[in-house]
Design a protein around this ligand. Structure first.
Ligand SMILES: [Zn+2]
Length: 144
């Protein structure tokens, strides 16, 4: 096999590995969020996830469409919202004016660097605010 072909195969393999890892990870995330009822383990806020955001965007889209039909907003305004709400998570967050500190993350109760594992019982739902405050600390119940 020639060199470029090998390179191509390597790239393909890497991409597949990445995809597998990532999709497994997002499945784990959803499982943990569901188990914790989408509530941050440290401050009790309900976290925002991409699937929640998409639902919210769909609802908003319907509202915007109704507004457009009533002539309250222009077609351009409706379409510009449509474009953003169909794009990525962070654009949606911005468009829906969601407080970024409420974005859901998964926290390792005992950090990996301190010997914690990625087993479900070491993972908790955590909002972005608590996660960035917590860092590498180990929390024993209660607040960050
Ligand atoms: Zn929190």
């Amino acid at each position: 096999m020639s060199h470029p072909e090998l390179k191509k195969r390597d790239k393909k393999k890497k991409r597949a590995e990445f995809h597998q890892k990532y999709s497994t990870f997002s499945r784990v995330r959803e499982r943990i969020y569901k188990r914790d009822n989408y509530i941050c383990a440290y401050c009790g806020v309900t976290v925002i996830t991409p699937s929640y955001c998409r639902k919210l965007a769909t609802k908003k889209q319907e509202e915007k469409f109704a507004e457009f039909e009533k002539g309250l907003i222009t077609k351009k305004e409706y379409l510009s919202f449509n474009r953003y709400s169909n794009s990525n998570f962070h654009k949606m967050i911005k468009e829906l004016k969601i407080d970024k500190s409420r974005i859901g993350t998964i926290d390792h109760k005992i950090p990996l660097s301190k010997g914690g594992t990625s087993e479900d019982d070491n993972l908790v739902t955590c909002c972005l605010r608590c996660n960035s405050k917590k860092g590498e600390k180990i929390i024993k119940g209660g607040k960050v």
